[in-house]
Each structure stands twice: as C-alpha cells, then as structure tokens.
Design a protein around this ligand. Structure first.
Ligand SMILES: [Zn+2]
Length: 391
C-alpha cells in the first residue's frame, strides 16, 4: 500500500512538472503566478516544480516583468539550448539533418548526398549523418525524429514502403534506438512538415490545419485540434494517388491517372517537355520561363495548380478545415500557381465552403520537415527532457 502511495505521488509530481514545463514553453516570459493560474496548481507546488526545473537547467529566470502595482514578478523562460533534439529529412535528394534547440532553432545542420539507394546503404548514410550531428555538441541530446517519404507506421516505428530508399517493412525506429539509446520517432515527411509549420510557422490558425506538400509526390499532413491526425493505418493525407478524371498518365504506383502525375514536380516538367520539346526542362528553367511570362509555361503551371485545387476540394469537403498551407517544390511558381489552386478549389466545392477556406504558403521551406520530426517527439512525451528521474 505504502509503495503504491509512493508510486502515485511520483506520478503526480512527474505530471506536474510536465504540465508546468508545457506552460513555460507555450507562454514566453511567464511567471510563477501565471503558471499557477493556468495549471490550477497551488503557488507552493509551482514554486517547488520550477525550482526543480531550474536545477535541471531547463528553465531560467530572466528578471522582473512589468508590475501592475505590487511587487513585479520574476519572468521565466525555457533555457532554449539546455537540450537538443535531432531532426532529419530523408525526402529530398540529399539527406539533411539538424540539431534543434527547444525554441525550434537549427543549431547545426548536416547534408549528405545519397550515394546509392540500396536499403542498407541508405541506413548507413542516415547513421553517418546522425553521428556527425551528435559529434558536434556536448549538450544533452534527448531524442531523434525522422521524416521519411512513403508509407510509415509511426506507432510501430516501421517504414512500410519507401520507394526511393528501397525500404519495405523496415524497422527503422528499432534500429536507431539500438544504436543511439535515445527515443526515436519516425513519420511521413509531409506529416512532419505539417507539424513543423503548425508549431513553428507562426500561422494564425486555431487547432486545425492541413499542410499539403507538393514535390514529385504529393502528401498532406492533417492537424486536428492541435494534434497530428494519422488515421487508422497511419496514412492519412496520402492524396497523391487520388484518381483525376480524364488523366491517363502512368503513375509510379502502377496505376494511371493519379494526382501526382498531373500536379507534382515531375508532372509539370513532363507536360512542359511534351509541349516544348528540346533539352530536358528543369524546375529552375521552368520557374524562370513562367516568371518571364512564357504562355506555355504559364499554362502548364496553371493546369497543375488547378488539378491540385480540385483534389483539395475533397479534403475541404470532408474535413471543413479552413486553413490550407502549401509547401514543396512547386511553391516556387508563387502567386500564379496559388491562384490556380484556389480556382480549382472554388470550381469544385460549395461556394460557402470555398469562401471560408484560406490557402497560403508555408513559412519554413525545407526546415519544416526537420523541425516537425523533432517537435513530434516532444508533443508525444515532454518527459524526455528530464535527465534526472523525479524522486
Ligand atoms: Zn499513383
């Protein structure tokens, strides 16, 4: 009985310190009194918990704030560089990773070209990247978050299928945990990008947000009430293979007519090649041409945007989430592409739904995936910041 009581007390204390820490993280420059108000904990409990957090080095005092009569209260903030997380993005041609501090700042970044796409080669490249990041700091690193392309089962830590890495049913989280003895989170790169934009993108959104990542593939990350919605199988937001009526192009998935064969990066390059043959088009040259008012380039970009907008009308209709953010390579086409996406959405959904849906660009470019992959670790478990168990 006594042991049980002690266990319960420890749970409560652990819960309290996570709660207080979350409030300090979410409200910059807060005070003990404010924390007590937010958490409904007593002032004494808050003071004790804060003292513990300061011993852990996680929280620091930054002097008195403004007073409204009476003694000004001491302001508190997270010690941003007291812990680092590793965030990795495997979805580009280069693997990129960073040490991320508790304010979402990238402190050290490493990029490695992917030499070969064999599965063991990809893993050793990834480990080399993480090794280099870890060798660059003496601060405590408390977890590793990975954003990878393809179908990922975050719950099980398994890459179900990632074509470009040649990983099938690949137990990536277990392999990294065994090697680094740290908590590991793996997730789809579009879902990681969505978390990054939600947590660090400073978008004026309530708890709901859809982030659509348009590269060669097209994926969305869906945030509902402040949490990533992954669906039953973990694949929520896999919109790249929605069938587009009238589209006959072959897709890498083996079927024809998928969204990404008409609205993805590869798709716009192919369309341009068909209409304006010659040396192969690159994204750079097409962006330049479209900006220079080349009518063929502009038409290609408009068609791609339009098709994406139609596909997004399904999401808007099903979820009624009013903020949609676009990220990825095609963002480089700027306002004309965005306008075409909006047009596609407007023409294929109820006017009221379309009018209430705001589509805008992401704020963090490629950093979003790295930031989101690392932030997900914290969202799931604030406790990993503590180096000493509460006694
Ligand atoms: Zn497909």
């Amino acid at each position: 009985m006594q042991r049980l009581q002690k266990a319960t007390q420890q749970n409560t204390r652990q819960h309290n310190r996570e709660l207080v820490l979350k409030v300090i993280q979410a409200n910059q420059h807060t005070s003990r009194a404010e924390i007590a108000r937010f958490t409904q904990l007593t002032r004494t409990t808050v003071s004790e918990v804060v003292a513990g957090l300061m011993i852990e080095g996680l929280v620091e005092e930054i002097g008195p704030g403004s007073s409204q009569g009476g003694k000004p209260s001491i302001r508190l903030q997270m010690a941003a560089d007291s812990r680092y997380l590793v965030g990795v993005n495997l979805s580009q041609e280069k693997f990129s990773g960073a040490l991320v501090n508790l304010r979402g700042e990238l402190k050290e970044t490493v990029e490695l070209p992917v030499i070969d796409t064999g599965s063991s080669q990809a893993l050793s490249q990834l480990c080399q990247l993480i090794d280099r990041l870890l060798a660059n700091t003496r601060r405590p690193v408390v977890g590793i978050g990975v954003g990878a392309p393809g179908l990922i089962n975050t719950q099980e830590g398994v890459v179900v299928h990632a074509v470009n890495l040649d990983w099938r049913s690949f137990p990536l989280a277990r392999l990294l945990k065994e090697r680094y003895h740290l908590p590991v989170s793996i997730m789809n790169d579009s879902q990681a990008t969505a978390i990054g934009e939600y947590v660090y993108g400073k978008h004026a959104v309530t708890g709901n947000l859809v982030v659509v990542n348009v590269n060669q593939g097209i994926g969305a990350g869906i945030i509902i009430q402040g949490r990533l919605f992954q669906g039953d199988g973990g694949y929520a937001g896999e919109i790249g293979h929605i069938g587009v009526p009238g589209n006959r192009r072959a897709c890498r998935c083996g079927r024809t007519g998928c969204l990404e064969t008409i609205a993805g990066v590869q798709a716009v390059l192919q369309s341009m090649q068909e209409r304006s043959p010659g040396p192969p088009w690159s994204l750079d040259s097409l962006v330049e041409c479209a900006a220079g008012a080349d009518p063929i380039a502009q038409a290609v970009v408009a068609e791609a945007g339009q098709a994406l907008g139609v596909a997004l009308s399904h999401l808007a209709g099903a979820l009624n989430i009013q903020s949609i953010i676009l990220t990825g390579g095609l963002v480089r086409f700027g306002q004309p592409w965005l306008a075409a996406v909006q047009q596609g959405l407007h023409q294929s959904t109820l006017p009221r739904l379309a009018a209430d849906t705001r589509i805008s660009f992401g704020a963090l470019d490629l950093r979003a995936c790295i930031l989101g992959a690392s932030a997900h670790l914290l969202l799931e478990n604030y406790g990993l910041l503590f180096l000493k168990p509460e006694t």
